[in-house]
Ligand binder design. Structure first.
Ligand SMILES: C=C(O[C@@H]1C=C(C(=O)O)C=C[C@H]1O)C(=O)O
Ligand SMILES: [Mg+2]
Length: 470
């Protein structure tokens, strides 16, 4: 990667153009500037006037927001381990990239955003036909909010026959449009039909899983289900994102477009974050609803902290994440007991994980070691994934897969794509799962998944859940 801090922006563009002509190859350029604060949700909404492909990410702490418009290039693995292959492609892309950047901030310049399916070996259905197995794109235009500071990046492939003034004209025009976006009113579409995987059949599959667990086939397996909604018109992902922002706290927000469909969600679950080699992960499993009063809420939380079945679900996650993180880092710090992680509709058991990632490992390397954790797969991992592949009715697609971003500085973060929905024009598929262990009660697990559908269901106008129940 060539960082050009001393030349002017114009000189850098000229250099890249000259290089494109010399090599007869397109050259990747990245121009970073600091801008006045703007609303990332408006930037995202306006992005649709420039390109179909858009990506959105907001960290659970709210400290980092990245919104991408357009796509300069897409990383795509065709053989071997998808994470390793993407890593290699990213490295070679970055070797050639020319970056004009005075600020050196995480999540700016060349950044790849996107995600991965839960299980590349699962047979695909019509539902996910517009999503490839994985997709990490480098957006043409990027808004990055780092704390209170905002940055705008232009990424582009410069071709030998491009003209400098024409390029600059196009960039200026798009920049002006994106940075001066204003809000408009949304009219939410109405739900006209709903359909879910047969509840009784689903509960039967949970019962069968508890029997298989008691018979020693595995310790834990996460089973998921789908609720489909049909609307009277096309759903706008920008509107969904804005509503998630207004209604969910302590959650990562994401939206990823592929071939006209959008995968959107508000997930509380971090998979892994790496910043300056500081690794942070999270064990999140074990669930009760929030109480209607403070007192009820407190009692529910207390019962969760002491509930054997939920502690077992949680314990498997800690066990696996500890092993995976210890294998690639030092100074691993994991508290002995979980604490409560409160959300709008639910509270979870939560154990944070901190470590120092060893030099020879990368973020994607850790993603590959962690995914799927027993919070979404089960334990033993490989057996649980096989079990899900064979027994689950649902095509998970990207549900429960890693979604996130990384930059050229080895910084980035991935979350686990739960509390999510696939938007296909006037249809939405909402997904929700739960950790099944030997003491799981099918009816309770069904209720747990119903509450987990709430965040998406309520922004799509389908709450409260009870009115939708047949
Ligand atoms: C699988 C989901 O959530 C996971 C399962 C949990 C559980 O069973 O207690 C809790 C948090 C998540 O790790 C989901 O929301 O779809
Ligand atoms: Mg559970």
């Amino acid at each position: 990667m060539i960082l050009t801090k001393n030349a002017t922006r114009d000189e850098v563009i000229q250099q890249v153009l000259t290089e494109a002509v010399r090599t007869s190859e397109p050259q990747l350029i990245s121009l970073v500037e600091k801008i006045d604060p703007i609303d990332p949700f408006l930037f995202y909404a306006e992005g649709t006037t420039i390109a179909d492909h858009r990506t959105f990410w907001k960290s659970a702490e709210g400290d980092v927001v990245i919104a991408g418009v357009g796509s300069v290039t897409r990383l795509r693995a065709s053989k071997g381990d998808r994470f390793t292959e993407l890593e290699n492609q990213w490295k070679s892309l970055m070797e050639e990239a020319v970056v004009y950047d005075q600020y050196d901030q995480k999540g700016t310049g060349p950044v790849a955003l996107g995600g991965f399916s839960f299980d590349p070996k699962k047979k695909r259905t019509e539902l996910w036909k517009n999503f490839p197995d994985h997709q990490m794109t480098v957006p043409s235009y990027l808004l990055t909010k780092n704390g209170s500071e905002h940055y705008f990046t232009i990424n582009a492939l410069v071709f030998p026959d491009d003209h400098k003034e024409q390029l600059k004209f196009q960039w200026d025009q798009d920049r002006e449009r994106l940075l001066s976006a204003t809000s408009h009113d949304f009219i939410p579409p109405e739900i006209i039909a709903k359909e879910e995987i047969d509840p009784e059949e689903w509960k039967q599959s949970v019962k069968k899983a508890t029997e298989d667990i008691l018979n020693g086939k595995l310790d834990k397996v996460v089973l998921a289900r789908e609720l489909q909604l049909v609307f009277d018109e096309k759903i706008d992902p920008a509107q969904v994102l804005q509503h998630l922002e207004d209604s969910q706290s302590n959650s990562y927000l994401f939206a990823i477009e592929s071939d006209g469909d959008y995968f959107v969600g508000a997930t509380p679950e971090r998979l892994v974050k790496v910043e300056n080699r500081e690794l942070t992960s999270a064990c999140l499993a074990g669930t009760v609803p929030r109480g209607a009063t403070d007192e009820e809420d407190r009692l529910l939380g207390e019962s969760l902290l002491n509930d054997e079945k939920n502690l077992e679900e949680h314990g498997y996650v800690v066990q696996m994440i500890r092993d995976a993180v210890e294998a690639c880092s030092e100074e691993v710090d994991i508290p002995e007991h979980p604490v409560l992680y409160p959300l709008k509709n639910l509270q979870h058991l939560y154990t944070p994980v901190h470590a120092k990632l060893n030099e020879e490992h990368t973020l994607l390397d850790v993603v590959s070691r962690l995914h799927p954790t027993p919070a979404l797969g089960g334990l033993p991992s490989a057996d649980a994934v096989d079990y899900i592949r064979g027994k689950e009715q649902l095509d998970r697609g990207w549900y429960a897969g890693p979604v996130g971003w990384f930059d050229s500085r080895q910084n980035g973060e991935f979350a686990v794509a739960i509390r999510s929905a696939l938007l296909r024009k006037d249809r939405a598929s909402l997904f929700s799962g739960c950790g099944v262990v030997k003491d799981s009660i099918p009816e309770d697990e069904y209720e747990e998944t119903a509450v987990k559908l709430m965040p998406m269901l309520s922004v799509l106008g389908g709450a409260p859940w009870t009115t939708l129940k047949q």
